[in-house]
Design a binder for this molecule. Structure first.
Ligand SMILES: Cc1cc2nc3c(=O)[nH]c(=O)nc-3n(C[C@H](O)[C@H](O)[C@H](O)COP(=O)(O)OP(=O)(O)OC[C@H]3O[C@@H](n4cnc5c(N)ncnc54)[C@H](O)[C@@H]3O)c2cc1C
Length: 811
């Protein structure tokens, strides 16, 4: 075995083989794969190996399209052809109008990635699939690219091509330990000797945490037992004359595909089981779990009703194997949180279909620092603090029980909740709060009008619409209060803190004590990496002079890794996370100053404490740090309070607010109001696929300020002109908001993609943000939005349609 390599990939299933191959495609040939047994001896060998193009966001659709194109090319390689049934087509069934509406949205979204799904009625579903009954069936979504592949041949083909490009594969070489050195390089210990490398990749399937433990990491991945069976030949399949399409059935919890002249049918039973929670037998290799058809009997009854032919055919093989899940069902592909030079491609639950694409995006991240798509939806850093295997197992069970049933807008399923709370969570619950979940944190969504208020799950505006409208109305006329749990906060101290931050931000962010600024961080390609507020606090009895760096709740690990990765060893800078220690109360509305003055000493007048000021104070007797910032567009204050004093501060604000008509509001109201102000959300509107000029953030870029990360690339991009422009749209519809991903059309051509959308209660406008072709970004341009299959007029309007002069928040 080689003594050193640039990258060592651990694990020879689809994840590892795809990563290895794509590293060579990105130009790195000094790469090695280590496999403890034979290639594909984990989950991959017994996979049902269906390859579909369906995804619920554009990144997933794009990476699956890559898999399909790659697998087709491999299958057609005359030197090493492999079995791939490409383009048999597949149907996702539906029995409710809400499911059909979801499918129409996913069709609109996929069109932007060049993928065409078809929406079918029940009769057309039955015409395309000769074995299904139309009982309780409304229709389905047709994915013409669906097929299936031989998983072992696929991995061999990828490994073969990688080897040809210079990679090496060592089988029967278990990794037994990992040592990271001071210069961030690694020694990988195996029972065949050691190998040193710059970068390690964990691609170990269900053994992910055995290898994770070797580097002191606990990955939120849990395994579930999953079964399918293979039937004897079915005459109707032979008679059909071509391969029957794949089926995915959220109504009856099963999938099927053709296998020879019979069917492969897989189940998602309610009585499901986690696997390997107490450790995995080292001898579990090329192995299966014991058959357990008893467990799937209740599902089977419905499957037989959907495909009556199954009642007449024999079963000749049952397969029961472990399949990995994460907290939100999407894999973890990217940098390992808190580690340098370490990546993972784990938690794949549809790894055959997705593996080609995940390996592609991971290799790009390793080689170029970023992939061609924004990969946040699969980024391992997206769960912060609360992510462990116990919680993942609960979410895995819930996910498994709901397989193929997508989440509706505002749907937060109950398993594993509450994961992260503040001292106010029970207090707000008692006030009637409905909670949404933001990165594990329970956050007030709105205040329910009655305890039994449960809006329906729908893509349309739901029953909470008027409740949210009323919260906004009172806040706009009087004053409102809410808690923003989990907002990320770092305290940055040290003499070099300002020069350090200046290198990271693409604009000039204020360095003045007592002032707050907003800044954007770019990656080395000049694209948007992060957004943060910076508040400069002078030295006081609460600490030395410091910066409070605030960013989105989900960005905590992402931003911490980015900051520490770019800290020079000789810089005097210390970064400390405060997210779990401090919580924000937001006071907003024209009477918020009066409320603040009534419960906190000092001069809170506009002259003494103007917009974008920060000050340490007391709310009642609770220590607090107040910032004059607003996400609603109204006069507003962020009040940061140590968790131990949070309830005391809340009581003081409630007491003071009573005289001013103060009511509570929630995240839904905030989202509506920020849309009316042109304020953007990280990872909805702020993406690594666009630079700050394309995102309309010109005023936050200062190309003349000196060096900053991403400057050279940004200058080049700026000279070449934008590829896309972010615009605000007014939609001609009152029944539903648009959804992120929906396609904007000119005739049959997709000319843009919605990033986020909501109703503006103060303006009475149905609003959306979208990236569009630059020639279509002018105010007044008329476009058409494919909104759930309906073509809706969409007009480009000036950003910030509510109070465009920003007088209210500066008042
Ligand atoms: C019954 C069933 C049906 C499925 N059907 C489908 C389907 O239709 N379509 C689809 O897309 N997906 C399907 N899947 C899921 C899919 O099979 C998996 O997502 C995929 O195989 C996972 O691949 P992997 O490379 O991540 O893991 P694995 O295939 O488990 O590979 C991990 C590798 O790492 C190696 N390894 C572990 N520890 C070490 C170590 N210390 N040193 C060196 N090597 C190590 C293992 O030996 C193993 O070879 C199915 C899964 C099951 C169980």
């Amino acid at each position: 075995m080689k003594g050193s390599a640039r990258v060592v990939v651990i694990g020879g299933g689809i994840a590892g083989c795809s990563t290895l191959y794509h590293l060579t495609q990105e130009g790195w040939s000094d790469v090695v794969l280590l496999e403890r047994n034979e290639l594909t001896s984990g989950t991959t060998w017994h996979s049902a190996a269906q390859v579909t193009n369906f995804g619920m966001n554009q990144t997933m659709v794009g990476l699956k399209s890559h898999s399909i194109a790659l697998y087709k090319e491999l299958a057609e390689d005359p030197e090493y052809p492999i079995n791939y049934h490409h383009g048999d087509g597949g149907i996702r069934l539906a029995n409710t109008e809400a499911q059909m509406q979801g499918y129409r949205h996913f069709a609109s979204m996929a069109r932007g990635m060049g993928v065409e799904y078809e929406i079918l009625d029940a009769q057309e579903c039955a015409r395309r699939h000769p074995l299904i009954s139309t009982d309780r069936l409304l229709g389905g979504l047709w994915d013409g690219m669906d097929g299936d592949i031989d998983p072992a041949q696929l991995c061999q083909a990828l490994a073969r091509r990688a080897r040809k490009a210079g990679a090496e594969v060592y089988r029967n070489t278990p990794v037994t330990g990992l040592t990271q050195h001071r210069d961030d390089t690694w020694t990988v210990h195996t029972d065949q000797g050691d190998i040193t490398c710059e970068i390690v990749v964990n691609a170990c399937g269900y053994r992910v945490n055995e290898v994770g433990a070797m580097m002191g990491v606990h990955h939120p991945v849990a395994s579930m037992e999953h079964q399918y069976f293979l039937t004897e030949p079915i005459q109707q399949i032979t008679d059909f004359g071509k391969r029957v399409p794949l089926l995915r059935c959220p109504i009856d919890d099963f999938y099927s595909r053709q296998e020879k002249q019979g069917l492969l049918v897989g189940f998602y039973e309610q009585d499901c089981k986690t696997w390997g929670m107490d450790g995995i037998d080292p001898k579990f290799v090329n192995a299966l779990c014991p058959d357990d058809l008893e467990r799937v009997m209740p599902v089977l009854e419905n499957v037989f009703k959907r495909m009556p032919v199954l009642e007449e055919v024999g079963i000749h093989t049952i397969v029961n194997g472990p399949i990995t899940y994460t907290i939100d069902g999407a894999p973890l592909v990217g940098p390992i949180p808190g580690k340098r030079n370490a990546f993972c491609i784990i938690g794949l639950r549809a790894g055959l279909g997705e593996g080609g694409g995940h390996g592609w995006l991971l290799a790009q991240q390793i080689v170029h620092g970023e992939a061609c798509y924004d990969t946040w939806v699969i980024d391992p850093r997206r769960f912060v603090g609360h992510a462990n295997v116990e919680l993942t197992a609960l979410k895995a069970i819930e996910d498994y029980q709901n397989e193929f049933r997508f989440h509706y807008p505002h749907e937060h399923r109950p398993a594993g909740r509450p994961a992260k709370t503040t001292p106010l969570t029970p207090v707000l619950a008692a006030e009637g709060a409905e909670f949404t979940v933001v990165n594990g944190w329970e956050r007030v969504d709105y205040i329910k009008p009655s305890p039994d208020f449960h809006p329906s799950l729908s893509f349309n505006f739901d029953e909470a619409f008027d409740v949210v409208g009323a919260e906004i109305r009172n806040l706009t006329e009087n004053v409102g209060l809410t808690e923003v749990s989990g907002f990320n906060r770092f305290e940055i101290t040290g003499a070099d803190r300002q020069t350090f931050l200046d290198r990271l931000f693409c604009g000039t962010v204020t360095k003045r004590d007592g002032r707050v600024g907003l800044g954007y961080l770019l990656n080395h390609h000049g694209m948007i990496k992060g957004e943060a507020t910076v508040a400069n606090l002078p030295a006081s009895d609460r600490g030395p002079a410091r910066v409070w760096y605030g960013s989105a709740a989900a960005s905590e690990t992402h931003d911490m890794d980015w900051l520490t990765d770019h800290l020079h060893t000789d810089e005097d800078v210390q970064i400390r996370g405060l997210t779990n220690d401090q919580t924000i109360l937001v006071l907003a509305g024209p009477k918020s100053r009066a409320v603040l003055s009534a419960c906190s000493r000092g001069d809170w007048s506009a002259a003494a404490f103007p917009w974008l000021s920060v000050r340490e104070c007391f709310i009642g007797f609770a220590p607090a740090t107040v910032m004059g910032v607003s996400f609603s567009g109204e006069l507003a204050y962020e009040i940061h309070v140590p968790n131990a004093s949070l309830y005391a501060a809340y009581l003081a604000l409630r007491k003071a607010g009573a005289a001013f008509g103060m009511t509570l509001f929630g995240a839904r109201a905030v989202d509506s109001m920020r849309m009316e102000k042109g304020f953007l959300h990280w990872k909805a509107d702020l993406l690594t696929e666009f630079d700050p000029f394309e995102t309309g953030l010109d005023r936050f870029v200062k190309l003349k300020k000196g060096e900053f990360i991403g400057k050279d690339a940004l200058v080049k991009r700026h000279a070449a002109g934008p590829q896309r422009k972010l615009v605000t749209l007014k939609l001609d519809a009152t029944h539903a908001p648009a959804r992120g991903g929906a396609s904007l059309m000119r005739g049959k051509t997709v000319v843009g993609t919605v990033t986020s959308a909501d109703w503006g209660h103060r303006t009475g406008l149905n609003l959306a943000y979208a990236f569009v072709q630059p020639d279509l970004a002018a105010v007044g341009t008329l476009l058409t939005l494919d909104m759930y299959g309906d073509l809706i007029a969409a007009e480009v309007i000036t950003p910030s349609p509510y109070d465009p002069e920003f007088t209210r928040m500066r008042s």
